[in-house]
Design a protein around this ligand. Structure first.
Ligand SMILES: *Cc1c(COP(=O)(O)O)cnc(C)c1O
Length: 196
């Protein structure tokens, strides 16, 4: 059911792959885990102890919010930056992703299109928390079209789906790894089951 629903959602949104999660926050946990452990079953079992893994997620200070605890729930460490230069300088051998919160783009912050260039130059994924970005419905496909690696929506907000649901849209490798880092697999996402 999970795989079939994901394929249909990918068709509808133009994403390479998709996964129904137990909420946007659950998707944040599972994508963080995916970026650290990938599909390695030993590493998946080890989380949230991320010792020995690339476990740093770079995030702009202006994007910090109460929901980013979910990245830490998976075992990731957040590295805060303020400027474009700081963002580039913060990327190192332990970096596994850059987080971007679509609702927080104040003047002077690094915009998503620039973040994508910086990240993809270095082969890093961009994780976009777009929990409350629907409506407008165009956003369901816009972030995917921009090339974002993971785009996460809350099912219980503007999507008006079940309160306990969320959507992860994105690159095939990342969605597959996020699936393995979630229920029913024994993983950090095991408690975050999406009901049928
Ligand atoms: C609401 C919200 C979430 C969490 O979404 P759930 O579907 O309730 O888990 C995450 N990030 C942001 C920015 C939100 O507004």
């Amino acid at each position: 059911l999970e795989l079939t629903a994901g394929r249909r959602l990918a068709e509808l949104t133009g994403a390479e792959a998709a996964l129904v999660t137990g909420g946007c926050a659950a998707a944040l946990v599972q994508t963080a885990a995916a970026c650290m452990a990938g599909t390695d079953l030993e590493k998946i079992k080890q989380l949230p102890d991320s010792t020995g893994m690339q476990n740093e997620i770079v995030i702009q200070r202006a994007h910090r919010n109460q929901y980013d605890q979910s990245f830490r729930t998976a075992g990731a460490k957040l590295v805060e930056v303020s400027t474009h230069d700081e963002l580039e300088a913060a990327i190192g051998p332990r970096t596994c992703a850059i987080a971007h919160i679509a609702a927080y783009e104040p003047k002077g912050s690094v915009k998503l299109d620039e973040v994508l260039v910086i990240a993809h130059d270095r082969n890093l994924p961009v994780l976009v928390d777009a929990a409350a970005e629907l409506p407008p419905h165009e956003n369901l496909t816009r972030f995917v079209r921009m090339g974002c690696d993971a785009v996460m929506f809350s099912g219980g907000k503007g999507l008006r789906g079940p309160q306990s649901s969320g959507l992860l849209l994105g690159k095939k490798w990342l969605v597959e790894a996020a699936r393995l880092n979630g229920c029913p697999n024994h993983s950090v996402g095991r408690p975050m089951k999406a009901g049928k």
